[in-house]
Design a protein around this ligand. Structure first.
Ligand code: NAD
Length: 405
């Protein structure tokens, strides 16, 4: 009989209850052995909704008192490094939500610890990584030369939303995401550098400008989340995103870390591009580009968005799997986006929370190294850490990590 992986989950917040726990509770070869959160109302809801076998309010107690094979670290950003180091010390496999760390000293401690302990570690986000087959496909096309020599690219990870009335700030956020130790929106959005690397390969150098631009924010009080969970009766409808966008934001919170970062990334394989990360939502007119990745090369262009996952136009037509009447190769969006309220994962599309959970369990059972592994996490973390350093010193920062990708 196949082995059952005993999983502990620390952090019973929004992503845990919306995505990870409903998936985990149905896995044939995993069980939710323990959940842990500072808030008893949240662990109680997780026992009730997802059948967690035990509940803790102290991570270290959970780690010491329960026999676990793996732990999902889904807590606020400032806890990620000590919690990952504890998992390493205990020899437990883990999945680490973003950000891995906000400096390279911590990131290296995690990476070296994982390698020395011989454990599996999935470093989120796995979206915008080769775990998503569409990204692996795009990378293969770019490596084959479909764009020729890459000249320049741009990406703005600010994402427009027409969802009012909170157009001026993050529609959801707990205070911990604004604290200094969170790394701010720069480290909240590793999706941006990951998206660039997933298509263009490793980064060579970074020049950047950063600032804290909007200090005053208002968020929905955390008590609303507890009230939502206490009313939830269906594990498939415990997704706080379904309601939070409509709730009044009455709790003031101060932004203490970078919320506006502009990086110039020079890539190993060629090409220099601008990447803006922030979370000041700017609505755009329908049909106008929304800042997703655009790459321009000597032989072709690659553009995300516009109703497709990505599209390529190229003079190297023999490299394209197919060409539409408009002259482009389009990769369709998987799932029906029209039914999804932003920022829900789209039904039928690559749901990175589910895929990462599955991937961690598969890697443990099959003794494989995860695809978004510690080397991937180190490189993406360095692109963000180098952004801070370049902004501070005014100098170009040469990357010290790379990827064979
Ligand atoms: N909200 C999103 O849509 C989203 C999307 C992608 C990734 N993430 C990432 O997922 C993680 C969790 O995000 P979230 O939105 O669920 O946040 P959240 O604030 O809803 O949940 C975090 C939970 O961790 C608990 N916690 C904090 N410190 C703890 C400690 N020391 N011990 C035990 N529990 C502790 C909090 O009480 C809270 O319930 C973060 O790393 C975030 O970057 C969030």
């Amino acid at each position: 009989m196949a082995r059952t992986i005993k999983v502990g989950v620390v952090g019973c917040g929004v992503v845990a209850t919306a995505y990870y726990l409903p998936y985990l509770m149905r896995m044939a070869n995993a069980e939710i052995t323990a959940v842990c959160d500072l808030a008893p109302a949240r662990t109680a809801a997780c026992v009730r909704l997802f059948g967690a076998k035990s509940a803790f309010h102290d991570y270290y107690e959970m780690m010491e008192q329960v026999e676990l094979d793996a732990v999902l670290i889904l807590t606020a950003p400032g806890t990620h490094v000590p919690f990952a180091l504890k998992a390493i010390e205990m020899g437990r496999h883990f999945l680490l939500q973003k950000p891995m760390a906000t400096n390279m000293t911590d990131a290296r401690r995690i990476a070296e610890g994982v390698r020395a302990a011989g454990i599996k570690a999935v470093i989120e986000p796995s979206s915008n990584s080769p775990l998503d087959p569409d990204f692996a496909h795009l990378r293969a096309l770019v490596r084959a030369g479909v764009l020729g020599e890459v000249l320049w690219f741009s990406l703005g990870a600010t994402g427009p939303t027409t969802y009012g009335p909170g157009l001026g700030s993050n529609p959801y956020g707990q205070a911990a995401f604004y604290a200094k130790d969170s790394g701010g929106f720069l480290f909240d959005l590793p999706y941006a550098p990951a998206n660039i690397v997933a298509v263009l390969g490793p980064c060579k150098s970074v020049m950047a400008y950063t600032s804290i631009s909007v200090t005053e924010h208002h968020i929905v009080p955390e008590s609303e989340y507890d009230a939502f969970l206490s009313r939830a009766t269906d594990p498939d409808h415990a997704n706080y995103w379904d309601v939070v966008l409509d709730l009044p934001r009455t709790q003031p919170v101060r932004m203490e870390a970078v919320d506006n970062a502009y990086s110039l990334y020079e890539m190993v394989d060629g090409g220099v591009g601008a990447c803006h990360v922030g979370r000041i939502f700017h609505p755009v007119l329908p049909g106008v580009g929304n800042g997703s990745l655009q790459v321009f090369g000597t032989d072709g262009n690659l553009i995300f968005g516009g109703g497709y996952m990505a599209s390529i136009i190229s003079s190297r037509k023999e490299l394209l799997p197919s060409i539409d009447a408009d002259g482009w190769y389009h990769i369709p969006l998987r799932g029906d986006r029209s039914r999804a309220k932003w920022p829900q994962p789209v039904p039928g599309a690559f749901n990175y929370y589910h895929q990462s959970t599955q991937h961690l369990i598969d890697c443990i059972l099959e003794d494989r190294d995860p695809i978004p592994n510690v080397e991937w996490g180190l490189h993406i973390t360095e692109m963000m850490a180098a952004t801070l350093e370049s902004s501070r010193t005014g100098q170009k920062v040469l990357m010290t990590t790379t990827l064979d990708y």
